[in-house]
Design a protein around this ligand. Structure first.
Ligand SMILES: C[S@@+](CC[C@H](N)C(=O)[O-])C[C@H]1O[C@@H](n2cnc3c(N)ncnc32)[C@H](O)[C@@H]1O
Length: 249
């Protein structure tokens, strides 16, 4: 059975709206870059990151890639939105990092046009969770294929303890436990209207990252302010829960 997932045109429409409002993400995801910084310091105590190559799968406007380039890392990004990729390139060039770009290309996270074992680090923030099960498994097999041995995956991913999941878990898809079909569409692209959405359990992560030498997810819980929750259709703030996943191949 086919379930709705945000297709390319939904992301395009979302970014057109976000760009018009100046509302797209311009900050690195703190938990991701903090974890990457620990990993980099541990593996390269001399602080020379100029031979490293990091990829972001679903790079958006590129704030995480910009953070890596500032540290001297060579960078690649894939995204399905033409609009946001153009914006990402403009942002990286304007910041002086054109020479750090290895590849910035329109492609799906399920089929990344880079060779096997060609990257030292992969960022993923809130992308794979909107894929159906088959594509989610494929995206993680791309992570495994693309990382060099000793390379690391840094993920910012929905946790099944998230209250949006806990409030709706009786509606989880029988064929894919942990996945909800949230109402799709609407002017703004909040979690509550992103269509097919997977909330990962610890068991999911262990299964998807099977064979990695380190699988170390940590959990962050926080509440949205009441006014922000109201914009998303909730009377009360709800508890958000995210995994920061650190995994080493
Ligand atoms: C929630 S945004 C995150 C953007 C960026 N990672 C950040 O932290 O700012 C998700 C991004 O994934 C992209 N995306 C969604 N599905 C994708 C797919 N199948 N392949 C590649 N990119 C995808 C979207 O276009 C969007 O830029």
């Amino acid at each position: 059975m086919e379930y709705a997932k945000p297709p390319k045109d939904v992301w395009e429409a979302s970014f057109k709206e976000q760009i018009a409002k100046g509302a797209y993400n311009t900050s690195p995801v703190e938990s991701l870059v903090r974890t990457a910084a620990y990993h980099m310091r541990d593996r390269h105590p001399d602080g020379d990151y100029s031979k490293l190559h990091f990829l972001e799968m679903g790079c958006g406007a590129g704030p995480n890639l910009k953070w890596a380039a500032e540290k001297g890392v060579n960078i690649s990004g894939v995204d399905i939105s033409t609009t946001v990729l153009e914006l990402c390139r403009r942002n990286l060039v304007a910041a002086g990092f054109e020479k750090k770009i290895v590849k910035l290309v329109e492609a799906s996270v399920t089929d990344v046009p880079l060779p096997d074992a060609s990257v030292d680090g992969i960022f993923e923030s809130c992308v794979f969770q909107h894929l159906d099960k088959k594509d989610r498994v494929k995206a993680f097999s791309e992570v495994r294929r693309l990382l060099k041995p000793g390379g690391a995956f840094f993920g910012n991913m929905l946790d099944s303890r998230h209250e949006v999941y806990q409030m709706n878990k009786d509606k989880t898809l029988p064929s894919d436990p942990g996945t909800l079909l949230l109402e799709q569409g609407g002017a703004s692209f909040y979690l509550t209207n992103q269509g097919l959405t997977h909330f990962y359990s610890r068991e999911d992560l262990d299964e998807l990252l099977k064979g990695f030498s380190v699988i170390d997810p940590s959990q962050t819980i926080y509440y949205l302010p009441k006014f922000e929750a109201a914009k998303r259709g909730y009377k009360e703030p709800y508890m958000q829960s995210m995994w920061t996943v650190y995994a080493v191949k």
